[in-house]
Design a protein around this ligand. Structure first.
Ligand SMILES: Nc1ncnc2c1ncn2[C@@H]1O[C@H](COP(=O)(O)OP(=O)(O)OP(=O)(O)O)[C@@H](O)[C@H]1O
Ligand SMILES: [Mg+2]
Length: 144
């Protein structure tokens, strides 16, 4: 994918789930998906799709209060919400960064809040609200 972004447009929550499900087929042990985008833009819906693609049976919900939720699919899925974290030090103190090098797939909402903690080989997925139900989903690598 190099550094040229890959764009997907979504016109409904279902299409955002489908985009996440498609992405899941490219993920493997240790993959980190760093989600970016404002409040209510669809980060949790995209994660629901990743979970579906990984064969997670349980319903994925927002981990805003728990901060980390773990689900079991063909691989473990770690769903992290950094919204309430003050920054990278806060994240490290949770011991959560070790997950990034583990055996599962990690998906982080509000990843822009913990920039130093995101591994260099993470995939950045930025979701932008275009109008009403219309979203632009951009996939790219972290620039060198
Ligand atoms: N194309 C779309 N893709 C995703 N969600 C959409 C779309 N159109 C409308 N929605 C609505 O937008 C909301 C997205 O909610 P979601 O919880 O996924 O956002 P979020 O980015 O995780 O929010 P938060 O910042 O609170 O974590 C839902 O209510 C969903 O129904
Ligand atoms: Mg969310």
């Amino acid at each position: 994918m190099e550094n040229s972004p890959f764009n997907i447009t979504s016109h409904s929550p279902e299409e955002t789930i489908a985009a996440g499900e498609w992405l899941a087929s490219w993920l493997h042990q240790g993959s980190v998906v760093a989600l970016r985008g404002g409040l209510g833009v669809g980060k949790t819906y995209f994660t629901k799709g990743i979970a579906r693609g990984l064969g997670v049976q349980e319903e994925v919900t927002s981990p805003t209060y728990t901060m980390i939720a773990e689900y079991q699919g063909v691989l473990p899925l770690y769903h992290i919400d950094a919204y309430r974290l003050e920054g990278d030090a806060d994240f490290s103190s949770l011991g959560a960064d070790e997950m990034f090098y583990g055996t599962g797939v990690s998906v982080i909402e509000w990843s822009e809040r913990i920039p130093q903690s995101i591994p260099k080989d993470a995939l950045i997925v930025e979701i932008t609200l275009l109008e009403q139900n219309h979203r632009l989903i951009t996939l790219r690598n972290i620039p060198e």
